[in-house]
Design a protein around this ligand. Structure first.
Ligand code: RB5
Length: 152
């Protein structure tokens, strides 16, 4: 799978570790930044938006985002239509976010999860498949909210 990666300054190290790990697992990895470790010059909405837009444009299939908590960067990504980014701190939610919610971005907090747990979360997310059926109806209802506001 082709996966887009993004992080702010707080997540650079974990993002690079996860890129190496997922590449070893056979995935194609694309880095959308950021690259500046200085908190004063580096804002999480930038990489959150870039990875989300890469999914929107079809450049990558799914994404992995990292900031301090995983929260801010996922909030930014979720503003792009069709993007469903979930903050996950354990593998069960990561797996179910794909199986039931058709999530296309997993977001993690580098100040929340350690490297080995982050790998398990990534495995659970990227190995899961959307189940469709009644879950598709609910995901479609989420899409409809975007549509309703686009036309206002
Ligand atoms: C940066 O200090 C921190 O606010 C950011 O990485 C992230 O946790 C925001 O949600």
């Amino acid at each position: 799978m082709k996966i887009g990666f993004g992080s702010d300054h707080a997540g650079i190290e974990l993002k690079l570790q996860l890129m190496d790990y997922l590449k070893e697992q056979g995935h194609e990895v694309v880095d959308y930044g950021n690259y500046d470790p200085d908190d004063r010059n580096d804002d999480y909405p930038v990489p959150g938006r870039k990875v989300a837009e890469a999914i929107y444009n079809g450049e990558v299939e799914k994404g992995l985002l990292v900031c301090g908590t995983g929260v801010g960067i996922s909030l930014a990504a979720n503003k792009v239509p069709g993007v469903r980014a979930c903050v996950c701190s354990e593998p069960y939610s990561a797996e179910m976010s794909v199986r039931h919610n058709n999530a296309n971005i997993v977001s993690m907090g580098a100040r929340v999860v350690g490297r080995e747990l982050a790998k398990k979360i990534a495995d659970a997310f990227f190995n899961a498949e959307f189940e469709g059926g009644r879950h598709a109806r609910r995901v479609e209802m989420i899409n409809q909210i975007e549509e309703d506001y686009r036309n206002k």
